[in-house]
Ligand binder design. Structure first.
Ligand SMILES: Nc1ncnc2c1ncn2[C@@H]1O[C@H](COP(=O)(O)OP(=O)(O)OP(=O)(O)O)[C@@H](O)[C@H]1O
Ligand SMILES: [Mg+2]
Length: 460
């Protein structure tokens, strides 16, 4: 039996990972959970978040923050840093999408397919996990069982694409072993090494042995044991960068079951908000004339988007400085955007339907309390906070909106790094803690149960 379970949360914007010892679920103690410091060596990054980014430079391949910084420094609109590539995994014809050549703006040398770049990033992610594990005296040398978290994609069918993803992780692991310390160098890996070693690693790779756990299920699993005095029923919304996921759990004594008909994934989240906000900002800047200036402003907006959203969500407005000008973006304005309203309508509908399922289960079990929690980077958004305060239209149950961040996340040991990003880490932590029966692969890798998740608000 493995001593520890490590759950890797390969995120659209940030990757995260956490470890939990075997049995931690049934004798839960926060001190047993170990969120991993994937960026622990970078004084400028949050220690627990690893940027999901790859940049193909002239003769090197850069990852994470270094990739983003290099692209910004070059400031060349013909060269872009590859981000949000996880969303590729949700397409229905996954193999075909993976075998597509990367665009020349991403790979000017024209040597990589999308599959290669994803494998290389996953190798970097596994190397960061390995470094964090080795730096932790409790984890170093332990036997480990692996899980990865993924959304309950519909079209792509995450359970169906499980085999393909295990192959990608397997190739990534083979490359990581070949590359050794090179992957963690701040100046990345020489392209000549990559083009030589990657085909060999691919040829010798074995599928990585990992279980799949749905993202919101993972978050819900943690919250159901990790929050003090939690109700027997729990509904969770996870708004990340690529998807917004809903899941619900019911607890009966020590047994926790997922109400899988309540599980929904929408393909709109933080990235979708970013585009709406940036478009709105451009519309507010008639002085940004001509494609060159617009491209420059767009790049600046995207670089500062997390901070812009933080101000927008917290204060209802954000100010962007550009040369000597100041651009004020107002949340009320964003909320008037047609695409945003479509998204919010679809999300509210999906959430209310899920909440009805939870309510029915609560009533059937003679329970009257439901906890609602938001996780992911978008948890702070006012419309998500409003969502978790929805009441079911019928039935005498009380919904309590709970904060995802537990007290122990403020512990001095984490040096103030953990609490601000805890909602983003809840998936990795819950994924590591969850009992076996909650892994999607344990449920027979069944298709995500939900037909209702056709509710979508596509942009185009
Ligand atoms: N304090 C904040 N205020 C507003 N937005 C934030 C904040 N922190 C993070 N975000 C946004 O949250 C998103 C990242 O959240 P998260 O790490 O949960 O996503 P992810 O796991 O990478 O995505 P996904 O789960 O969809 O694959 C980004 O869009 C980021 O801009
Ligand atoms: Mg996520």
């Amino acid at each position: 039996m493995s001593d520890w379970t490590i759950c890797v949360d390969f995120g659209t914007a940030f990757s995260k990972a956490a470890a939990a010892p075997a049995g931690a679920w049934s004798r839960f103690d926060p001190a047993l959970v170990r969120p991993l410091m994937l960026s622990g060596h970078d004084p400028h990054a949050n220690a627990f978040l690893l940027d999901s980014a790859v940049f193909v430079d002239d003769d090197r391949l850069l990852f994470g923050r270094a990739a983003i910084a290099r692209a910004a420094e070059l400031n060349d609109k013909k060269r872009v840093v590859l981000r949000s590539f996880k969303t590729l995994l949700s397409v229905s014809d996954l193999d075909r999408a993976l075998n597509t050549n990367a665009a020349t703006s991403i790979d000017p040398h024209r040597v990589f397919q999308m599959r290669d770049l994803i494998v290389l990033y996953l190798a970097y992610l596994l190397a960061a996990v390995d470094r964090a594990v080795r730096a932790d005296p409790v984890l170093d040398g332990a036997t480990v069982r692996w899980r990865y978290a993924a959304p309950a994609w519909r079209a792509g069918d995450s359970a169906g694409s499980h085999e393909s993803i295990l192959r990608l992780f397997g190739e990534a692991e083979a490359f990581r072993l070949a590359a050794g310390r090179r992957l963690m160098q701040s100046n990345g890996v020489a392209l000549s090494f990559v083009t030589d070693a990657l085909p060999k690693a691919t040829a010798s790779a074995q599928p990585f042995d990992m279980d799949l756990i749905f993202e919101a299920t993972a978050a819900a699993s943690y919250l159901s044991v990790g929050l003090h005095d939690s109700a027997a029923h729990l509904i969770v919304v996870d708004m990340g960068a690529g998807t917004t996921d809903i899941a619900a759990l019911a607890r009966q004594g020590a047994r926790v079951t997922e109400l899988d008909t309540a599980r929904v994934t929408l393909k709109q989240a933080g990235d979708f908000m970013d585009t709406i906000i940036a478009n709105r900002a451009l519309a507010l800047a008639p002085w940004a004339r001509g494609p060159a200036m617009q491209t420059q402003l767009w790049a600046l907006l995207m670089r500062q988007m997390r901070d812009i959203k933080e101000s927008l969500f917290a204060d209802g407005r954000a100010v962007l400085r550009y040369d000597s000008r100041a651009l004020t973006i107002i949340m009320n304005d964003i909320e008037r955007d047609t695409d945003f309203r479509d998204f919010l309508r679809a999300l509210s509908k999906a959430y209310d339907e899920s909440l009805d399922i939870v309510r029915d289960d609560a009533v059937a079990r003679k329970r009257s309390e439901i906890d609602a929690v938001a996780v992911g980077g978008g948890a702070v958004a006012p419309f998500i906070q409003a969502l978790i305060r929805h009441k079911p239209k019928r039935g005498r149950v009380r919904v309590t909106a709970r904060n995802a961040t537990p007290k122990w996340a403020h512990d001095e040991a984490f040096q103030g790094n953990l609490a601000p990003v805890f909602p983003q880490l809840a998936i990795a932590i819950g994924g590591a803690l969850a009992p076996d029966g909650m892994a999607a692969t344990a449920m027979g890798a069944s298709r995500p149960a939900n037909d209702r998740s056709d509710t979508r608000a596509e942009r185009d």
